[in-house]
Design a protein around this ligand. Structure first.
Ligand code: 2RA
Length: 348
């Protein structure tokens, strides 16, 4: 049998997608053990066509586990990932707890697969979904052109904030649907009420220029993640990166506009050739035919979709792109599964 896999956080928004992905990909695993908070223990969840009982997160739950995927909040990962690693599991962690740890590689299999082997703590980190939604396309362009700087704006779906984000948008949409709301200041806010869930403002009929928590000088944690993680994954520690993160009323599918400046002149033809052939990327870009990716069309798919490829009007070294991807799949569960598969290959 193959290596034993543990899925920690199996009942969460990303955990649920993980179980689907594990059921769809080539089955390389022996036992798949589902682990969650004691509250969820005893529930049965489907994986690989079988009902598997969820066990509570305890030290004993990691006995015999070769690879443990973690899809849990930062503080839970910070406490439990080292415990799982001490028990002998290689941890693939999707929280923010270890991403910038020098002794923890931050891996995107299409971009820096070699990094997975350098893991002195026994932990490999999975990037944040916003970084992941663009980095495969950017990595491919960087390999050819050499990236010099990035200016990025995100259009992030509510499922990035977990089940609470999805429930908040659904509830707010039901309150504003079929009304005349959105025509006078504050009418949407009054209609949806005080409780705006994980978001600082109403997200239905709105866009919210904020994701994450407050960091120095007005930056959000999400913006810092996109900058710091992009630098680490691409191996460009000084890369200038300017980011603005925005939440939009989309259930699943993060999008980004990207202004990427390179070492020398670029052409759209070459960029299109790279994007059309890069593993994990789909170029969908025919403005004549009105074709470009949107979250409503890419949700539930695996690739990074790229459209609106243009050369900057005022800078022949820069490209403008619109990038779109499923934040729960490549943005989270799929990349984690791909990393776990790289690790599992070492067991053969
Ligand atoms: C978000 N990227 O979309 C965050 C979650 N990891 O809220």
């Amino acid at each position: 049998p193959g290596p034993t896999l543990a899925v920690v956080g199996a009942t969460g928004a990303v955990g649920s997608v993980m179980l689907q992905i594990l059921s769809q990909r080539a089955d390389i695993w022996g036992e798949i053990r589902l682990i969650a908070s004691p509250r969820s223990a005893g529930r049965k969840l489907a994986v690989r066509g079988e009902q598997v009982e969820v066990v509570a997160l305890t030290e004993e739950a990691f006995a015999g586990v070769d690879v443990a995927m973690f899809d849990v909040p930062d503080e839970v990962a910070a406490r439990w990932a080292p415990i799982a690693a001490a028990k002998g599991a290689v941890v693939v962690d999707n929280s923010g707890a270890f991403r910038m740890d020098r002794e923890v590689p931050l891996v995107v299999p299409e971009v820096n697969p070699h990094a997975v082997r350098m893991r002195p703590r026994g932990i490999v980190a999975n990037p944040n979904c916003t970084t992941l939604s663009m980095i495969v396309a950017l990595g491919a362009l960087h390999a050819e052109f050499g990236l010099r700087s990035l200016v990025v704006s995100s259009y992030q779906a509510v499922s990035g904030a977990g089940r609470a984000g999805v429930e908040t948008l659904r509830r707010q949409m039901s309150l504003v649907a079929g009304t005349e709301l959105g025509t006078s200041p504050g009418d949407v806010r009054r209609a949806v009420g005080e409780n705006t869930g994980p978001f600082p403002e109403p997200v239905a009929l709105n866009v919210v220029p904020w994701a994450g928590s407050l960091r120095e000088d007005g930056w959000s944690s999400e913006e810092m993640k996109v900058r710091d993680e992009s630098r680490k994954i691409l191996g460009l520690p000084q890369l200038p990166v300017a980011v603005t993160c925005v939440r939009v009323p989309v259930l699943t599918g993060h999008s980004l506009t990207v202004h990427a400046r390179f070492e020398g002149e670029v052409t759209v033809a070459k960029a299109r050739e790279i994007l059309a052939t890069a593993p994990g990327v789909v170029l969908y870009d025919d403005p004549d035919a009105g074709e470009f990716p949107t979250p409503a069309d890419v949700v539930g798919t695996d690739p990074t979709w790229v459209g609106r490829v243009r050369r900057a009007l005022d800078d022949p070294t820069a490209l403008e792109l619109f990038v779109c991807g499923d934040n729960l799949r490549k943005g989270a569960a799929l990349n984690t599964a791909q990393i776990a598969e790289l690790v599992a290959a070492e067991f053969r």
